[in-house]
Design a protein around this ligand. Structure first.
Ligand SMILES: [Zn+2]
Length: 278
């Protein structure tokens, strides 16, 4: 499932193709992809508008339009945004197509259809996308430091891994990067959040920012299912640098002493080394 680094890579791959370009028309397929607003609202909100910027908060892509409305895309499990020439055959599971001038198409493709394409304006943002107002700081966009993180950690005894996945605490971290970040910070995913001291909080902040930035530089992680690709169809390479995610039973490449364990924490399978993560 795309997390912050994958969504940021998608954002960067879209900018040059859509910013300052006008959406001439929209083609809609499977309704589930735009279930939140429906076809009429989506078409009325998009056609004739020019994209002013492509932004991101957490795992949400936000296209600011010159009409003051916003196009939001969430990729969820298997969504892709692909930039194609109009003459390129459309892949299976293409649910929404934005037609720009010069035959450029942005295609929302999503085999599992958990992803969403939504349009909202200043007046209906609160009712249409209430989750945006509840997002915590995005580590690469907003102020994210020891003080910000500590405020969230001291309040809860929940396992550290579950807290990292809570989008109202930090926006953008999912299961893969949650595991890799805790490994980098040498913290056990089961440790209660309120038992993380100042020095460990500092390490955790550093690990969040460093791991996410490194993953963005690598174009994100493309797992064996190969569902995540950037708008040009290219896979990421950060999966080659995963140290714990998906490595259950292998020896730890960091300390060379532990074996990678896995267990379900907050409903997600977590991976860690009990020797170097305390
Ligand atoms: Zn280890």
């Amino acid at each position: 499932m795309p997390e912050l680094p994958e969504v940021e890579t998608v954002r960067r791959g879209l900018v040059e193709h859509v910013v300052q370009r006008r959406i001439d028309s929209v083609e809609l397929g499977r309704e589930r992809a735009y279930r939140r607003v429906g076809a009429d609202r989506l078409i009325a909100g998009l056609v004739g508008s020019t994209v002013v910027s492509v932004d991101r908060r957490g795992k949400y892509l936000l296209f600011a339009l010159d009409s003051t409305e916003t196009l939001m895309v969430h990729l969820r499990m298997s969504g892709q945004l692909l930039v194609h020439d109009a003459t390129t055959p459309r892949p299976a599971h293409t649910h929404v197509v934005l037609n720009f001038a010069n035959q450029v198409e942005v295609r929302f493709v999503d085999p599992r259809t958990f992803g969403e394409v939504v349009v909202f304006g200043p007046d209906d943002a609160e009712s249409v996308v209430p989750e945006l107002a509840r997002l915590g700081p995005d580590p690469l966009v907003d102020t994210f430091d020891e003080m910000v993180l500590r405020r969230s950690l001291v309040r809860t005894r929940r396992a550290l891994k579950a807290v990292l996945l809570d989008q109202s605490v930090i926006a953008g971290i999912g299961n893969i990067y949650g595991d890799e970040i805790l490994h980098r910070a040498r913290l056990n995913p089961l440790r209660p959040a309120n038992r993380v001291n100042r020095e460990q909080t500092r390490r955790l902040v550093r690990a969040v920012v460093d791991v996410l930035n490194e993953a963005v530089s690598a174009g994100g992680s493309t797992l064996r299912d190969a569902q995540y690709v950037d708008p040009q169809g290219r896979a990421g390479s950060f999966q080659e640098r995963h140290r714990v995610y998906g490595r259950t039973g292998q020896s730890c490449v960091t300390c060379d002493r532990g074996r990678i364990k896995s267990a379900s924490i907050g409903g997600r399978t977590s991976h860690w080394c009990a020797v170097c993560q305390r």
